[in-house]
Design a protein around this ligand. Structure first.
Ligand code: SF4
Length: 369
């Protein structure tokens, strides 16, 4: 890496100048150079943006602000309501921690977020990245912010060839080196925008980039290959059968609430056979059906990819009358109205659109396919 080409104050000035002219207008932001946005908005958006894209986050951010305009409002909301409002954003532990964090800020800090990265790190669900981002954007602390976009820009700018995640220590140092004392929040957001709009993972638009003359990756013609990534282990596959149980008179489906901890903890679910490494035979899966009725194995299937495994989903359709339905544990909701995690929506997506006649195949008996 050439020191002359990667002079830090120069880099900050170039990014800030570009950000002033080309920043993305996002609902949680203040325009460049204006007073910082409320910490509550910055925190909410940063937690939502972890592992999720800006377009996916926007409607959720607006919904949350409407439902809970302040951290006190969010702290006083029942956690189930928060989880339901979060449904579809994924990584549900974030929603539980969001609620815990709101309670901590409301009850232990009088509704005011701590004004430094070190203080923010003490709160539930706030890791080093989120603490640095909130401190920089809401409190103007020159904290080194390093999200996926910034990692990519820095790896290319300084031609860091060590693969991720090992490269992170070096990238953190480089982030600290280039972060200016003045306008650190705008600088962090400028780097995020640069990564999202110009220095994109594939085909970076180097000709439009304000850092091109300083970019070592560009000079060496290796920018697009950076950041390098350590080879990933193959993602294991698990299997399940979803039980789509409909109420005869109105087509509502049976949903249950998952246990509060663990994967998708506290969220509504479609009842299903345990998620395991081997495929299910229908007879065997029926031992886990939520009701004794006639079940039909459906032809379609679905796949959902979690961070650590891939879930392959088959489905069985059953129907019960209102009297039987009232005896079952869970709640009945219209399929299109239920606030569900994406994997559960995929299960409901296997419901046939046309009416299907069910044949006799009671729990424990063979289901027809
Ligand atoms: Fe990224 Fe190209 Fe800009 Fe370098 S010059 S920071 S590779 S867009």
């Amino acid at each position: 890496m050439s020191k002359a080409r990667t002079n830090s104050p120069d880099i900050a000035a170039l990014v800030l100048d570009w950000y002033d002219r080309h920043h993305r207008k996002l609902p949680w932001r203040s325009p460049p150079g204006m007073p910082a946005p409320e910490p509550y908005r910055v925190w909410l958006s940063e937690v939502m943006l972890q592992q999720t894209t800006v377009p996916a986050v926007k409607p959720y951010f607006e919904k949350f602000l409407k439902l809970w305009p302040s951290v006190h409002d969010l702290a006083h909301a029942p956690v189930e309501q928060v989880m339901e409002a979060w449904a579809g954003l994924g990584y549900y532990a974030r929603a539980r921690n969001l609620h815990k964090c709101a309670k901590a800020v409301s009850e232990q800090h009088g509704g005011t977020f701590p004004g430094s990265a070190a203080g923010l790190l003490e709160l539930p669900g706030i890791g080093p990245y989120t603490a640095a981002a909130i401190a920089a954007i809401a409190f103007d602390e020159p904290a080194a912010v390093l999200d996926g976009n910034i990692e990519r820009v820095l790896a290319r700018l300084f031609a860091v060839e060590t693969p991720l995640p090992q490269a992170r220590t070096e990238l953190r140092k480089l982030a600290a080196q280039v972060t200016p004392q003045k306008r650190p929040g705008d600088f962090a957001q400028g780097m995020m925008d640069l990564g999202a709009t110009i220095c994109t993972p594939k085909s970076p638009d180097c000709l439009l980039c304000p850092l091109q003359a300083r970019c070592e990756g560009f000079r060496r013609g290796i920018a697009e290959t950076l950041p390098r990534k350590a080879a990933k282990a193959a993602r294991p596959v698990r299997h399940t059968i979803a039980f789509l149980l409909q109420r005869n008179d109105d087509g509502a489906v049976l949903l249950r609430r998952r246990p509060p901890t663990g994967l998708l903890g506290g969220m509504l679910e479609v009842p299903s056979a345990p998620w395991r490494d081997t495929p299910w035979a229908s007879v065997e899966a029926l031992q886990h059906a939520p009701a004794q009725t006639d079940w039909l194995m459906l032809n379609g299937d679905a796949v959902h990819v979690f961070t650590h495994f891939e879930l392959r989903i088959g489905a069985m359709l059953g129907r019960v009358g209102a009297r039987e339905a009232a005896k079952l544990d869970g709640q009945w909701q219209q399929p299109q109205e239920a606030a569900l995690p994406t994997v559960m929506k995929k299960m409901l997506g296997l419901l046939p659109s046309a009416d299907i006649k069910l044949t006799k195949s009671r729990r424990g008996d063979r289901a027809r396919s």
